[in-house]
Design a protein around this ligand. Structure first.
Ligand code: Z5A
Length: 228
């Protein structure tokens, strides 16, 4: 890709979310993309959900400990929404408004998948929460990293070592298979925003596909087409 293309002034920063199942490599790929954007002299922040702001990190601790699950699916969804509200207001919107790119490890698709498709929380609740927390904000590009469940869980277990699995890692195999399917479906339904990437290859190969997705989706949007 012509890296001068990413330096075109465009006002608002770009918002890129990374989604996928456990161990799909989101954190690894976000780090690589951040390094590449920095090399292209683009201001970018890396953040995550749940979390990303001091208030939201407290809620992250709560939900990943399993406390939210005890309250039931609707209340657990409200916890994710409260975290997102703080994160969007205090980190994401200010950064985008200053022209900084935001690379976010999970965003609203995670709620659609984990709470909606798998947790059976009603579309009414999800839509209401979305209106309150993000309004019309949506990622310019969502990278969906796709790996067979066995590979993702093996990677996640290897990284975790002796530590106990968190609230979602502890779910059964069917949960993780349904999760993968739900993400594939979201990517298929919204091809203008989402790119499904096979994340079974080595990290550098996956990173090359992520970069191609940026070129095809974001720079097609910003046109004019960069000269070679
Ligand atoms: N959740 C929700 O329910 N509702 C919501 O609205 C939101 C979230 C926002 C957050 O977990 C949980 O919250 C999440 C959904 C739920 N479920 N879970 N669990 P988290 O942030 O703690 O974890 P995660 O988002 O699932 O990410 P992860 O498990 O940490 O994985 P990852 O970031 O996708 O992967 P990684 O850390 O980059 O890589 C994992 C390991 O694999 C690591 O050792 C790497 O070195 C290795 N790796 C990475 N890429 C490769 C390749 N290509 N080949 C070989 N090895 C690799």
């Amino acid at each position: 890709m012509d890296e001068t293309a990413v330096k075109r002034p465009s006002g608002r920063g770009r918002f890129i979310s990374f989604e996928g199942g456990e161990g799909s490599g989101k954190s690894t790929q976000i780090k690589k993309l951040a390094e590449r954007l920095a090399a292209a002299r683009l201001r970018a922040i890396v953040t995550r959900e749940p979390g990303g702001s001091p208030g939201a990190e407290i809620i992250r601790h709560l939900v990943l400990s399993g406390m939210g699950k005890l309250l039931g699916p609707d209340a657990e969804t409200l916890l994710f929404a409260a975290a997102r509200d703080d994160h969007v207001r205090s980190v994401i919107r200010p950064a985008l408004n200053q022209g900084t790119w935001v690379l976010c490890d999970r965003f609203s698709d995670s709620t659609r998948v984990y709470q909606g498709k798998l947790g059976q929380v009603s579309p009414g609740i999800l839509n209401a929460m979305q209106r309150v927390t993000i309004g019309d904000l949506k990622p310019d590009l969502t990278i969906v990293l796709d790996v067979p469940v066995e590979i993702g869980l093996t990677r996640a277990a290897a990284r975790r070592g002796d530590a106990a699995p968190d609230r979602f890692e502890a779910e059964d195999l069917k949960f993780h298979q349904d999760l993968r399917e739900a993400y594939r479906q979201i990517a298929a339904e919204d091809p203008r925003r989402c790119v499904l990437i096979d994340a079974t290859a080595d990290p550098d190969t996956v990173a090359a596909h992520v970069w191609t997705a940026l070129r095809d989706h974001l720079f097609a949007m910003t046109s004019p087409t960069p000269s070679a």
